[in-house]
Design a protein around this ligand. Structure first.
Ligand code: NZQ
Ligand code: ZN
Length: 392
């Protein structure tokens, strides 16, 4: 295990009716004038926006609202939010909804106290030195943004989707009520599940030896998601299934499962290029990419991939041919995602083979000259994986 540091300050409030605690929590964490930031209308239809406003009113906290965040949140609305914060003297951000609304709120929180263009911070070209405090009410278990140090924004003019990782992005509090996820369409439930699993997979496939504690934690959270995801689809208002997936989503990406190990993140970088070009749903890019990425990484990593197959998907270990066990695990992962209605190919995603050179070139090198660390990928490796996604 490697040396590590972890800062995980978010105060989580989990359970039924917890959105009624919003005002009390904003007050506790020092807010007196709030910008409520939300998406395309699900929180209006569900009544969540009204409940949050009532809770703030009851706590005597002033508020203004800015809706309209699109999936793959755009920088244009972030700039609008930053202007509102400066004009209105906002001192606290509240993101309510899915990851896109919360990520957009995080970027506004950063930009509101930055004397420059927030996008430079997201590009890693300006220091991230401060942000307004932020809380959130989550309605879509997927991104883990409710406990993560990340925020991912799309610059629609540059066709770039880029994430910023900083402890300033960590929410002061997060409210998680599984009942708020009952209204999720099957597609977004499934894409959320793929994202949760991907956050664990990006950490699980590592070359760092002796990481048993986090290996076992990763495996148990994955198995829990595999158990409950189909229940969420067949019984959308099954509280226990929704609760299990919701908390799994937080655990998958609040940093705990990656401590002491080198993480990969190449599937996310490759997926962001697909979203930047086609506006693809994040989780769907991952269900397409990850099985092919695992196949591409197999040479030299047979035992770790076989371990995943055995411990997560109950495959039988073939000690003479561990690569066969590994491939069987990849097949079971693909079959599971397919059973949830997720895509496995570029064709299903609407991605085009002719765009591969552009995407491979743009793909972020998150490890210096390479993308990923499990098998460090050069531009031609990224292109090869994209081509594999066209095959079937
Ligand atoms: O916009 P509204 O009307 O709210 O509808 C949303 C949206 O259409 C809908 N929705 C959300 N909760 C709902 C609901 N509909 C009915 N009932 C509910 N309870 O779902 C749609 C998708 O929402 P979105 O927020 O885009 O999805 P998600 O939570 O998956 O967020 C995806 C974004 O987060 C980024 C992704 O790249 C993508 O941009 N990520 C953020 C991370 C982070 N900050 O740590 C890490 C992830 O790896 C990821 O990159
Ligand atoms: Zn993700």
């Amino acid at each position: 295990m490697r040396n590590f540091e972890i800062y995980n300050p978010t105060y989580f409030v989990f359970g039924r009716d917890t959105q009624g605690r919003t005002g009390e929590l904003v007050k506790r964490f020092g807010g007196s004038k709030v910008l409520i930031h939300y998406g395309g209308g699900s929180v209006v239809r569900s009544g969540l926006l009204r409940q949050v406003e009532e809770s703030l009113d009851a706590a005597g906290i002033a508020h203004v609202s800015l809706g309209g965040v699109q999936p793959n949140p755009r920088s244009g609305l972030v700039y609008e939010g930053i202007d509102i914060c400066k004009r209105e003297g906002i001192d606290f951000l509240l993101g309510i909804g899915g990851g896109s609304a919360i990520d957009s709120a995080k970027a506004i929180a950063a930009g509101a106290v930055f004397d420059g263009d927030f996008w430079d911070i997201w590009m890693g070209e300006a220091p991230y030195a401060n942000a307004l405090p932020l809380g959130c009410v989550l309605t879509l278990p997927a991104t883990g943004t409710e406990g993560s140090n990340s925020s991912v924004i799309t610059n629609e003019k540059l066709h770039l989707k880029r994430g910023s990782s900083s402890d300033f992005n960590r929410p002061r509090f997060a409210i998680l009520n599984p009942e708020l996820t009952y209204t999720l369409p099957a597609w977004h439930t499934a894409c959320g599940v793929a994202d949760i699993m991907a956050h664990i997979i990006e950490r699980y496939f590592t070359n760092t030896p002796d990481v048993d504690v986090s290996d076992r934690l990763c495996e148990s959270v994955l198995q829990t998601v595999i158990k409950y995801a189909p229940v969420c689809l067949h019984e959308p208002d099954n509280y226990e299934a929704r609760a299990a997936v919701m908390w799994a989503g937080t655990l998958a990406h609040n940093g705990q499962l990656g401590v002491g190990r080198q993480e990969d993140w190449s599937s996310h970088q490759m997926g962001h290029e697909l979203s930047a070009l086609y506006d693809s749903t994040h989780g769907a890019t991952l269900s397409v990419l990850i099985p092919h990425w695992l196949r591409y990484c197999l040479p030299g990593h047979e035992m770790r991939e076989a371990q995943f197959a055995v411990r997560v998907f109950d495959c039988e270990m073939d000690f003479e041919h561990p690569e066969r066990t590994a491939l069987e695990g990849i097949e079971r992962l693909s079959a599971f995602w397919k059973s949830l209605g997720l895509p496995l190919t570029f064709a299903e995603l609407g991605a085009k083979e002719e765009d591969i050179p552009l995407m491979a070139k743009k793909c972020k090198r998150n490890y210096g000259t390479h993308t990923g660390a499990f098998r460090p990928l050069l531009e031609e490796d990224v292109a090869a994986i994209y081509h594999m996604c066209c095959e079937k």
